[in-house]
Ligand binder design. Structure first.
Ligand code: 5GP
Ligand code: ZN
Length: 146
């Protein structure tokens, strides 16, 4: 794998070890800023990951310009991955922080192809939003956006 000199590396991070070539992976794409490879524990066939070569824990840490470059590759990567397994749909999933199910603390997108009748399931139980709560939340979020 080509590793530019300015890449940030955490020697204890499993994905940094993949970038450094210390751990093998089934690579599907690489450029100067990112690499994409098959997930070692696929939730469904074709499950792939997309990571920056530099070590950033999550979207709270990564420079927005780098995040944008990685995100810009997702349409092409997701299209190639899903069509390769003849799936009509996919999740683009980013677990951001350990409480949000991020187990490898090096930012990564999951591409998870979906087909009717596959065995993958996300429990999705919508709550309800009352007006007072919504108005308070919108105000607090807007204050933080400045
Ligand atoms: P997270 O839970 O952090 O969003 O997802 C981490 C993903 O990385 C998991 O789906 C897991 O299977 C995958 N993973 C962990 N270690 C390795 C590895 O050494 N190689 C590959 N290819 N995937 C890995
Ligand atoms: Zn890392």
């Amino acid at each position: 794998m080509t590793v530019p000199q300015n890449v940030l590396n955490d020697p204890d991070c499993i994905f940094c070890k993949i970038v450094a070539g210390q751990i093998p992976c089934h690579k599907i794409y690489e450029d100067d800023t990112l690499v994409s490879f098959l997930d070692i524990g696929p939730l469904v066939p074709g499950h792939a990951l997309v990571i920056p070569k530099s070590h950033y824990r999550n979207i709270f840490d990564i420079p927005p310009e780098l995040f944008a470059r990685i995100s810009a590759q997702l349409p092409a990567l997701a299209c190639a991955v899903t069509t390769a397994v003849e799936a009509p749909a996919c999740h683009i999933l980013l677990n951001n922080g350990s409480q949000a199910m991020q187990s490898v603390l090096h930012l990564h997108y999951h591409i998870i192809p979906r087909k009717n009748g596959d065995r993958f399931f996300i429990p999705w139980r919508p709550g309800s939003l009352d007006t007072a709560t919504a108005l308070k939340l919108v105000s607090e979020i807007k204050n933080r956006l400045g």
